[in-house]
Write a protein that binds this ligand. Structure first.
Ligand code: C2E
Ligand code: CA
Ligand code: CA
Ligand code: CA
Length: 274
């Protein structure tokens, strides 16, 4: 009896140890990866639905780990959030963007969207980072902060929201309609933009219930005068559907896959030539 229980408890603690060790090593690898330049910033064009012009980009992190190869953001971002490593990653994204500002379109109608995890948003950390990294670069493009929330949205400090609005940063709620992102955020966050999650875009023409949600989100945003971006647009049918209903901007493989930030100017030239 006793040896078995002992054995079991030893086994359990070994498994817990293994899991922790693995998490720790992942956290360590993220920090190491930042110094070893394993991270890259990609961007995906965002298309104006009525003009067809590219009027913005969303910045997306990529990680090529020396040992494990490509590690998707859906794996390392949640981990980074739990290990308090999200701030250095966001800083890296902002720094890379600043480095590429000289080759970006120089007009106010062009916007750059960065993903900011709710955990980095709770306090003033994001404001300080923008203060030291973004504004000194005299950026022309409009900055949009896409608020992503994996766990329940934080009690966001209203002062952070009003400060962002005051300095002209637009606030977008990402993945609207999924998970924890609820209707009450419309009131507390007063977003300028809602991003329709790709799950709802994918539903167009196939899934009646989700397509109904898509329609409802569209009319909700229109009544509240909030600009709409649909993500995950993969087909012309989806693009037409969304455009006909007045969605302002479209983003997805149908227009362009995410690309290295440095490739964007050439893509833009080709896009303009069409
Ligand atoms: P997200 O912010 O919702 O980003 C959109 C995701 O959809 C991206 O995945 C993009 O590559 C993908 N996507 C774009 N167009 C299409 C399409 O037509 N079809 C399909 N199936 N997918 C499409 P990605 O780059 O793997 O990023 C996943 C998530 O990781 C992001 O979701 C975002 O929440 C997070 N993430 C990425 N970069 C960052 C970052 O720098 N900071 C933070 N905090 N989160 C990030
Ligand atoms: Ca996003
Ligand atoms: Ca999204
Ligand atoms: Ca997402």
């Amino acid at each position: 009896q006793l040896p078995l229980a002992l054995l079991l408890s030893m086994l359990t603690s070994y498994i817990v140890w293994l899991a922790t060790a693995n998490r720790m090593s992942m956290a360590w690898q993220i920090s190491y990866g930042l110094t070893a330049k394993e991270f890259m910033v990609y961007c995906q064009p965002i298309i104006n639905a009525s003009s067809g012009n590219c009027d913005g980009i969303e910045l997306l992190l990529r990680w090529h780990n020396a040992r494990q190869g490509w590690i998707p953001p859906d794996v390392f971002i949640p981990l980074a959030e739990r290990q308090n490593l999200i701030a250095p990653l966001t800083r890296f994204v902002i720094t890379e963007m600043v480095a590429h500002l000289p080759v970006m379109p120089r007009c106010k109608s062009f916007h750059v969207a960065i993903n900011v995890a709710a955990s980095h948003f709770r306090d003033r950390a994001i404001l300080d980072d923008l203060q030291t990294l973004w504004w000194p670069a005299n950026p022309v493009p409009q900055l949009v902060v896409e608020l992503t929330e994996r766990d329940a949205l934080p009690v966001v400090d209203q002062r952070v929201i009003s400060h962002l609005h005051k300095v002209g940063v637009q606030l977008a709620i990402d993945d609207f309609g999924t998970g924890h992102s609820s209707l009450s955020y419309l009131k507390t966050l007063q977003p300028d933009v809602l991003k329709i999650d790709k799950m709802f875009t994918a539903a167009i023409g196939t899934d009646a219930i989700n397509a109904t949600v898509t329609d409802m989100v569209i009319s909700l945003a229109q009544r509240l005068n909030i600009s709409l971006v649909a993500e995950g647009v993969e087909t012309e049918e989806q693009a037409n559907y969304l455009r006909e209903r007045g969605v302002d901007r479209l983003q997805g493989y149908f227009y362009a896959r995410p690309m290295p930030l440095g490739d964007f100017p050439a893509w833009m030239d080709r896009h303009l030539a069409h």
